[in-house]
Structures are given as structure tokens and as C-alpha cells.
Design a binder for this molecule. Sequence first.
Ligand code: ADP
Ligand code: MG
Length: 474
Amino acid sequence: MAAPWEDVLRDEAAIREAASVAVDAALLEGVLMRTEGEPNASDVVNYAPFTLLPSAVPSALFEQAYAVQQDFNLLVDAISQNKEFLEHTLASTIKVDDFTARLFRIHTQVLEEGLAQSVFLGINRSDYMFDCGVDGTAALKQIEINTIAASFGGLTSRTAAVHGQVLKVLGKSKEASRLLPNNPSKGLALGIAKAWELYGSQSAVVMFLVEEVQRNIFDQRCVENELWNRNIRVIRKRFRDVFEKGSLDDARRLYMDGQEVAVVYYREGYVPKNYDQQNWEARLLLERSRAVKCPDIATQLAGTKKVQQELSRPGTLERLLPGRAEAVARIRATFAGLYSLDVGEEGDKIAAAAIADPNQFVLKPQREGGGNNLYGEELRQVLEKIRDSPERTSYILMDKIKPQPAMNYLLRAHSPLQVSECISELGIFGVYVRQGKEMVMNKAAGHLLRTKAIEHADGGVAAGVAVLDTPYLV
Ligand code: ADP
Ligand code: MG
């Protein structure tokens, strides 16, 4: 599945020229990030890291990933409404993982009080790698599904133009014309706009809940601008602002500074470091409110690694999606091997197998955002240490996916231009809106390709490991 630019990869002069064109094109197109030094100011910005060349993606697998996205939307939504499933699945995890336990406590609390929210909005991104079989054929395998703060739907819409220009500079106009248009931020905004409309108050705003450190603001602005273009007012607030200025009225309508909030779109709140005691209180206030949370806390829990692992058990998908055999088959086809480390014989067996052959597995805690998983020798050491303790139930094991590497250049500010052996991860954005029991929108909204050098086992773009890319279908 090689891309047709192997010939130019070693032409140093051509590559150097193309790279300088690429960087300027990225700045012009708005493939931007704030700098590490000034993460909260836009006076100085830089380009977000990206590949010099688009990466080859097998078109059949690309289509497969799009075709299964509506199924995943239905599945996540079904899990979020299934109190018993979440309770049963997360029971062992919340005994040992404090973060998941706190989220779960809020989930229980809002259900006990009774949900004020009646419109539900899901924005997720299902991520895949192309697993290379012994016979050389590639298979689409899901890495995870992100149900909160799935990012880069904005910046990714701008990379195709950059890569198109690079290909032209390299004498590949025909190939340039084959790059697909892609704009997830528009689809995301359509979902937010629909939820806002169904909430039913013209004067209410959409609130982006953002982090204290906002390097990736331009990605979020892409979605914001789509909303402003529809005359929907957007405000950006942090948990701290909500703690200080958020309130609920008798009907549990959410107000910020006296402004009614129709939709809360979280780009924050997915890792323990996002929370202190005040932020937990702010989260509870938001969850209790009538506002449409994207996601609500149940949907966030549906995206945990533990849930992902339980979904792979025989019969689970069938129970969650009754009468949808074809959707179940499409979903299951994307699953890699996933294993529970719960205390008991099943967990003992797989722990022993992973210790014996750690390179076949990835050890994953209940964390998001990259850099948390364990591989190889480190996996072995950690697992040996926790194999006889209940702590091991805070992790899951997963078969390691082994994609075929390809050569590319990763362009990063202040870094030398050098060729790297790379692998890619494809994400598909899903958007859905449900009113009461009725699905009123269910879509695939676009894609994201991220590429990293093979020496990094883990990590995304925000973590400084992967870079933005554009798929070139082969
Ligand atoms: P996070 O929530 O931190 O993003 P992921 O499950 O997406 O967690 O893992 C982070 C990164 O680790 C992925 O982007 C991918 O590069 C790598 N990774 C995760 N699972 C696997 C796997 N089963 N095989 C190979 N690489 C994996
Ligand atoms: Mg991930």
C-alpha cells in the first residue's frame, strides 16, 4: 500500500523546497497552534506539526471505517442509557481507580435525582490502525473510541490543501487532485446547532468548556466559527468560571453570568489533572442541569477502556444492540483482542501470557490523552508487580496492532528535517443527537489521520508525538 512518491523521498533538494512551501501553506491555511512558551496568547503562534507528504491508506479500510461509524454512534448512545451495564462493567474498576469512581458517583447521583436533560448530543472519534497480517494484508482494528473532547476536527480540515500544494510542487498534480475534501468541524457544529435548536431557547448560548492551558484553541475556533455563522452565540469558560458564576434555576436551567446555556461542549474534563475539588463541584452542577452536555457523564463513562474491553465479550454487543445483527457484525469486525485483568482465573491466565510475551500486548489504564499505556519490557515489569494485587483491575490488556511502516517527513517547528519510518492512525468523527428516545441525527462527520515515528509506542498530536496527516487512498 505504498504511496506513489517513493521516488522523491530521497531527493534532498526537492524535499527541502517542498518542506518550506509546506510550512508556509500550513500557516496560510490555518494549521495553527499556540506555542508551548505562550500557550494562552495568540500573539505568537506556530504551525501544528504535520507530515510533509500524505500517507497511503487502503481505500477499502477507509470505507469500512466510515461505514461502521453510525453503528458506533448507536452503540455508545445505547451504553450511555444502560445503567445496569455501566454499573456491572465498571464495578471492579471503580474499586481501584479513583477518577473513574468519581465520574461514576456523579453519574449515579444525577440518575437518582432524575435527569433534567432531555436532548442528548454525542460527538466521538473512533480511532483505528491498519493491522498487517502474516500474509501482508491489512485489517482495520479499533484502537479506542473517544467520547469526550475528541479533537483536531478543525485543523484536519486544512491539511488536504497543504498536502495538495506539496504534491504539486513535487510534480504530482494528478495525485494532488485525488486528495479528499474533509471538514469534521462543520459536522460537529451541525450536531451542536441541532442540539441547541431542540433545547428551544433562542437567547441561550453554547458554552465551550475549555482547559486552563489552551494551546489548541484554533482547532476549537473552527467549530466555534461554524456556530457563529449560524448566528449561535458561543462563550468559552473554564470549570473555575462555572464554579464561580454558574447557577441553576428551579427548572435546573443552567446560567452563566445570567446567560442561559443550551449546550455545554466539553474540551476538558477527561483526565484527573483537570479536576480539583471546585472543578468536581462545577462538573456536578453542569451534569445536574437541563443543558445538553456533550457528552453527558454516562457517555463519557461509555468511552472508558474497561467498557471497550467488556464490549468484546461474546454476546455483549448483541445485548446492547438487539435486532441489529448487521451493525453488530460490522462493529465486531474492527475489534482487536481485548482482555480483562479482573481478579480470577481468566485474568491470571492473560497476565501470565502478557508477562511471557509482552511485545504482543498493550497494557492500558483508564486514562485518556496519550502517554499512559505500557509496552514491552515496561509492561512486563508493571504487570509482574501488580499481577497478584487488585490494582491490576484498573488496567485492561489489548493485542498490539502492528501496522506496516512507511517513510515520511514529520514537520515540527524548530526540528531538523529528517526522514522517519512512520505508522498512521485513522479517526472517524461521529455525531448524533437524540431527543428523548428518538435519534434525530446520526452521522459520520469526517476523518483525521495522525502519523508518528515508529519509535514512539504511544501518544497523540497534543502529546507531541503524532502529527497531522492527510490520507491518500490506494
Ligand atoms: P489514549 O486515550 O491515551 O489516546 P489510546 O488507546 O488511544 O489511549 O492509546 C494511545 C496511543 O497508543 C494510540 O494513539 C496508539 O498510537 C497506541 N496504541 C494504543 N493501543 C494500541 C494497540 N493495541 N496496538 C498498538 N498501538 C496502540
Ligand atoms: Mg487515543
